[in-house]
Design a protein around this ligand. Sequence first.
Ligand SMILES: [Zn+2]
Length: 317
Amino acid sequence: MRLYTQLLSLLIFVTVVACQAQLDNKTKAHKTMNKENYRDLNEEEKRVIINKGTEYPFTGEYNSLKEAGVFHCKQCNTPLFKSEDKFDSGSGWPSFDDAIEGNVKEIPDNDGRRVEIVCNTCGGHLGHVFRGEALTNKSTRHCVNSISLSFEPTDESPRDTAVFASGCFWGTEYHLQKMNGVIDTKPGYIGGHVKNPGYRQVCSGLTGHAEAVRVIFNPKLVRYEELAKIFFETHDPSQVDGQGPDIGNQYRSEVFYYNEEQKQIIKNLIKQLESKGINVVTRLTKATTFWVAEDYHQDYYTKTGKQPYCHIYQKKF
Ligand SMILES: [Zn+2]
């Protein structure tokens, strides 16, 4: 009888412990599996974050970003990396030699060689971590897909994006980057049908891309309309498939808009120009993927000290 009581106690004890463990797991699971507050991901974000894909190098939004702030998980908003740990590795992906403690989890990659890094909260794929490369004092490189991150600048000024194509992108960038309120400019390619095109490919005129400039700006300091006016005033919007001596559809005049408001502003400006007798051929197209151009195109005129040859300011409004 005594043995029976002891066995019964043991059984109750085991059951209670098991239930407790189950409860702990549930709480834990509940914490990490609570998807109510997760951001909805688009197809490209899902490809990288959920299906562990990789974005093309030198194309990500944050590859060359040098602003102060914190990089959060795109899906669950957990803070993952700080801008002071970001360095230029030349790899084409944002690189950090440290992560915010406890928020980035390392797991062996399925390839059996590399170490994958994921968000410790939601498990979203971030990239890989490499050690021993001696690129920084910490000799650690968290190689992260821009698309897995969302950046919150320390300076919380609002930001907006504009994309303009007006011939050789060095000239387009030259004028736009000088404007007050412009945070960043990038030359690149947009509007074609080939993924991640290179300069030579685009120059062939066969990819359908236009040479363009992406402008990140603070709309409180400079309005989209002011940028668009500079765009029209620094090139000839009546030249078909070319600009000055640069001939080819990759040098066409085109505005890639991100919202209805931008579209309407451009339509109005085109009307104003037409009323002045200018035959505007500028195309107006909804923005698609903007492929940032190779590093040697960035800040061309600032780096070389040269002046643009076919983008001269001329007052039109
Ligand atoms: Zn996350």
